[in-house]
Design a protein around this ligand. Structure first.
Ligand SMILES: O=C(O)CCC(=O)C(=O)O
Ligand SMILES: [Fe+2]
Length: 269
């Protein structure tokens, strides 16, 4: 039986509301567009840690033209830029950074630790921290969007554009889990296009880290997250974050590589 194209399209833009083995397998296979669990993390703890992230001593900035006003706490893998010295610094800092982020939530479980545990329990073959050339990766970066001035233009994220370490072999898809700690009431929306960029778009993204929003069609999904929500989607497909107004937008993020159900998920930031 052939399924009509419009049915396929609408199914792939479905947003699941629960984190289950089935919703994870469907998302990894791009049969659904996202998993959005409302109220995943207590808002009061989230708000306190958001303030700590905004004033954290390790708050730095992304380096590309369109992302430079977005702050992040601790070095993400994308900033290793294929440079052996930066790669060494990233791995040297990875475990102390994981522990520092964990300590910011103490005495509570951090939301990224909770995602790591639940995905380990739900995915058929479990989940591990990613190691590259046998060195542990960091996971749990905070992203801090300044009121009004910060946004992420349409872009995608793919680990195979950042490393050729042997552990990346066999990666079929990449997911990203974002837990929102603080979100402005107005803006700060997540937009999803549910398609990969073209070759030309990829060249622009690699150069300046984002497409001009005026030059691309409307997104298929637009979600306004609330503080405490968890959203998981496929960041190899185009996505963007709109400017928010009134307060900082702070999220904790973990990338997740999938090699199919017979291999464990792998986490990093
Ligand atoms: O903060 C968000 O909603 C998504 C940010 C993003 O670009 C990502 O997680 O890859
Ligand atoms: Fe992204």
């Amino acid at each position: 039986m052939t399924i009509p194209a419009e049915v396929v399209r609408s199914a792939s833009s479905t947003v699941a509301t629960e984190l289950t083995t089935e919703s994870l397998l469907q998302l990894a296979d791009r049969q659904i567009g996202a998993i959005h669990v409302k109220g995943y993390y207590p808002v009061d703890i989230a708000g306190e840690v958001a303030q700590k992230a905004i004033s954290h001593q390790a708050l730095g900035h992304y380096h590309k033209k369109h992302t430079s006003s977005v702050g992040r706490v601790y070095m993400p893998h994308i900033d290793t830029k294929w440079d052996p010295e930066l790669t060494r610094q990233y791995h040297d800092a990875a475990l102390p950074a994981i522990q520092d982020v964990r300590s910011m939530f103490h005495p509570y479980l951090s939301p990224v630790d909770r995602v790591r545990l639940e995905l380990q329990e739900l995915w058929p073959t479990g989940a591990n921290l990613l190691r590259l050339r046998e060195r542990a990766c960091f996971v749990g970066a905070f992203r801090v969007f300044q009121p009004s001035t910060s946004e992420f233009f349409p872009h995608n994220d793919a680990i195979d554009q950042e490393t050729d370490a042997p552990e990346i072999e066999g990666v079929l898809n990449q997911l990203v889990a974002n837990i929102y700690l603080q979100v402005p009431d107005d803006g700060g929306n997540l937009q999803l296009w549910l398609r990969e960029p073209t070759a030309e778009e990829t060249a622009v993204i690699l150069d300046v880290e984002g497409l001009d929003p005026k030059e691309i069609e409307e997104p298929v999904l637009e979600i306004h997250p609330e503080a405490g929500d968890l959203i998981i989607f496929s960041p190899r497909q185009l996505h963007a974050v709109t400017a928010g107004h009134g307060k900082h937008r702070v999220g904790a993020a973990a990338f997740i590589a999938t090699k199919g159900p017979s291999e464990p998920l792998l986490f990093w930031s």
